[in-house]
Design a protein around this ligand. Structure first.
Ligand code: NFA
Length: 101
């Protein structure tokens, strides 16, 4: 009888962590035509002509360019779809992914 009622004064901690983002990278090659790279960037990453052109030229000059960041699953899906689009035309066009720092 007469049990004390205890009340917790601290809220249970709910740790909500953001999913880590992954970069999709466009890798340069010597064979895929520039206009085709731009077409794939526009179709798969919904870029405008100008941005797609800048990303393509950055990869062309520097070897690689970050295209976009997504959750891991989406980044991998997008990179695979974009790489497959090149493969279907016989081009070695390559998109890869890597985790953001
Ligand atoms: N280097 C390719 C060319 O000169 C264009 C390219 C850019 C390919 C970026 C792949 C990635 N035709």
């Amino acid at each position: 009888m007469n049990d004390p009622i205890t009340v917790s004064r601290t809220k249970p901690e709910l740790k909500v962590e953001r999913p880590k983002l992954h970069k999709v990278l466009l890798v340069n090659d010597d064979f895929t035509p520039r206009h085709f790279v731009v077409r794939v960037l526009r179709a798969e990453f919904r870029m405008g002509e100008e941005q797609a052109g800048r990303v393509m030229m950055t990869a062309h000059r520097r070897g690689v360019c970050v295209v976009a960041v997504f959750t891991k699953d989406v980044a991998e899906e997008k990179a695979t779809a974009a790489t497959d689009a090149g493969r279907q035309e016989g081009y070695p066009l390559l998109f890869t992914t890597e985790p953001e720092e």
